[in-house]
Design a protein around this ligand. Structure first.
Ligand code: ATP
Length: 258
């Protein structure tokens, strides 16, 4: 891959669900080191768009490129090495340990007949430690709290070590301390050269932890640009269809519903 090739690119991407438009003609480029926050009201289509970007549902039309290639050209294994997908819902039908779960992140890197190696186990342990789950290796996933399970899902993604992270509400279920720790973790990963696209409900956190914002209006209109230009009280009031006040406290911006 040419280093100037975006890790994610959409050209005139049209996405809709059940006859409802999510975006009509989205042109997006996300390069290594960039973080994009996706915002919109409930039902605007954030999950639908992210699932499409993850290659898990087809767009209505337009092009979607991952590191310059289509999902079809990459195939499932190479796609999984390129992009990691954090879904909103998790289904654990059977018990397995936290370490075994984090190790599944290594599967795209294993040969067809290979088992996980000691190196893979080390990577998975480091990923658990990165989200504060050291000491949880032997715990059954079915016994984890909602926030612990969310952090385990993130650890599994870190073990996968993709270039592009697609995160659907990554801070759901997390307390304030872990919300900031997780967003800082992805900020640091971006500094190391990954790209991140994530849906967030808090515009203040989006302003602080993303470089760019994509606003989905829920009727096919999508606006994208630098956070400073996109995350203003005026635009956000229009987006959420509720008047918001911008406030600045100790150099941190937040938006307060009127
Ligand atoms: N299988 C389906 N059939 C019909 N409508 C659907 C289906 N799946 C999703 N939708 C609708 O599509 C719209 C977009 O859903 P989506 O989950 O992408 O929104 P979202 O922006 O992520 O919302 P939230 O903030 O509530 O998570 C919603 O109105 C939802 O009810």
């Amino acid at each position: 891959m040419n280093t100037s090739t975006p890790l994610l690119e959409t050209r005139a991407l049209k996405v809709s669900i059940a006859g409802k438009p999510v975006c009509d003609a989205l042109d997006l480029k996300l390069a290594a080191g960039e973080r994009l926050a996706i915002l919109g009201r409930n039902g605007a289509g954030k999950t639908t768009l992210l699932t499409t970007l993850a290659g898990l549902r087809a767009p209505a039309s337009g092009e979607l490129l991952l590191a310059g290639q289509t999902y079809a050209a990459l195939g499932p294994r190479q796609s999984a090495r390129c992009r990691g997908w954090l879904a909103q819902q998790r289904e654990d039908a059977f018990g397995s340990t936290a370490l075994e779960t984090a190790l599944t992140g290594r599967h795209p890197h294993l040969g067809r007949w290979h088992w996980e190696s000691a190196d893979d186990a080390d990577i998975a342990r480091q990923a658990l430690a990165a989200v504060g789950l050291q000491g949880f290796e032997a715990r059954d996933v079915l016994t984890l709290s909602g926030g612990e399970r969310q952090r385990l899902a993130v650890a599994t993604l870190l073990a996968q070590a993709p270039q592009l992270y697609l995160l659907d509400e990554p801070i759901a279920h997390l307390d304030l301390n872990h919300q900031i720790a997780l967003l800082e973790l992805f900020a640091s990963a971006a500094q190391d050269g990954v790209a991140v696209a994530m849906s967030l409900h808090d515009p203040g956190l989006a302003l602080r932890f993303a470089d760019r914002a994509l606003l989905l209006h829920g009727d096919g209109r999508a606006e994208e640009g630098p956070v400073a230009a996109m995350l203003t009280a005026e635009r956000l009031s229009a987006l959420y269809q509720h008047p918001l006040l911008a406030a600045n406290i100790d150099g941190r911006s937040c938006f307060i519903p009127r």
